[in-house]
Design a protein around this ligand. Structure first.
Ligand SMILES: NC(=O)c1ccc[n+]([C@@H]2O[C@H](COP(=O)([O-])OP(=O)(O)OC[C@H]3O[C@@H](n4cnc5c(N)ncnc54)[C@H](O)[C@@H]3O)[C@@H](O)[C@H]2O)c1
Length: 314
């Protein structure tokens, strides 16, 4: 049995990852902020199976306790919302950047076999060169993008400077049941249609994104961990996505169909919302070549699962 730390394990992706690690037979430690009921661990019914350390990821003492004795470490804790990042750059940089170096410094002393750090496809920033590839330059523009790019660069520097077994993940837009962040597109649109409301959309529906189901995101994390332990994943940045772009309008149409709604979405914006990228999808072939991972669910299947999850959750 391995002892595995997940920072941000009360969040959307972290909660699903913790569940998969428990299913694998691991002993799981979660570091997250003191959480209100409704955190992912309670949502998945696994709170009692986890050692929960309530603390801030930029707090060295709390992080040191969480990292001690961990065989693997997944660092997902972050301020993940684009709007709040623009409104509070210092808080966002503190969590996303200082939090990352605090985890890496603790890991440097503790010697885990794998450290997997959540960067994001947003770390690339806007670019006309599609799909986004790992050797593209990181050119972040908005605050959230800058915070993820900084965490990405800092994490990889620990490989070069300290030979730490670290990799960074650059996931596309992750969706699926269990995301309670209502300001995100998929949860809000699904809930609106299920509640008989017209969802309000901040764009004109034209932005195009690579939508990755959370089960595929978790499988990517586990594949990357294995590649780091085996060696070839060390020091690498790895995209995970479907490699396809779908417009927000198309996504909403699919959700509407699965939810069986007659409501029309209310497109309130022109083009993309301020500070957001118009078109983004990633080339996942590096991860596929390294580990054999590919996204298993089609958008149709993934949205079907998400709509059913929210239907039952209500
Ligand atoms: N959701 C996506 O589409 C997506 C895509 C690419 C990358 N990512 C990255 O994956 C990671 C997980 O994303 P998510 O969607 O699960 O986000 P989330 O917001 O649902 O979860 C983030 C978790 O981090 C915790 N956290 C925030 N600040 C903290 C702090 N100061 N100390 C300790 N914990 C703190 C939150 O309480 C939350 O439980 C993040 O690093 C995010 O940047 C997400």
């Amino acid at each position: 049995m391995s002892r595995v730390l997940v920072t941000g394990g009360q969040g959307f992706i972290g909660g699903h990852l913790v569940k998969a690690l428990l299913d694998r037979g691991d002993e799981v430690v979660v570091l997250d902020l003191p959480s209100a009921p409704g955190g992912a661990l309670a949502l998945h019914g696994i709170l009692a199976e986890v050692e929960l350390i309530e603390g801030d990821v930029a707090d060295r003492e709390a992080v040191g306790r969480a990292v001690a004795g961990a065989d693997s470490l997944f660092h997902l804790a972050a301020q993940t919302l684009v709007g709040p990042a623009a409104a509070d750059p210092l808080g966002t940089f503190r969590t996303n950047v200082e939090g990352t170096w605090t985890v890496l410094e603790a890991a440097r002393g503790a010697g885990p076999a794998a450290v997997v750090v959540a960067s994001s496809d947003k770390a690339y920033g806007p670019s006309d060169s599609l799909p986004y590839r790992e050797d593209d330059e990181l050119r972040p523009a908005a605050t959230y993008e800058g915070s993820k790019a900084a965490a990405d660069v800092i994490a990889r520097s620990y490989r070069d400077s300290w030979e730490m077994p670290v990799a960074v993940t650059r996931l596309a837009n992750v969706y699926g049941g269990g995301d309670l962040n209502r300001s995100r597109l998929v949860p809000e649109v699904v809930r609106a249609f299920l509640d008989g409301r017209a969802p309000k959309i901040r764009s004109d529906g034209s932005p195009r994104r690579d939508f990755l189901h959370v089960s595929d995101a978790v499988a990517a994390y586990l594949a990357i961990e294995a590649a780091v332990i085996a060696g070839p994943g060390r020091g690498e940045a790895l995209n995970a996505g479907t490699g396809e772009a779908h417009s927000v309008r198309e996504l909403i149409g699919l959700i509407r169909e699965k939810a069986g709604s007659a409501q029309e979405p209310d497109f309130e914006g022109e083009g993309s919302p301020p500070g957001e990228i118009d078109e983004q999808y990633v080339d996942p072939s590096k991860l596929a070549d390294l580990t054999g991972w590919t996204a298993a669910l089609s958008l149709d299947e993934g949205i079907g699962e998400a709509v059913e999850w929210y239907r039952q959750y209500r």
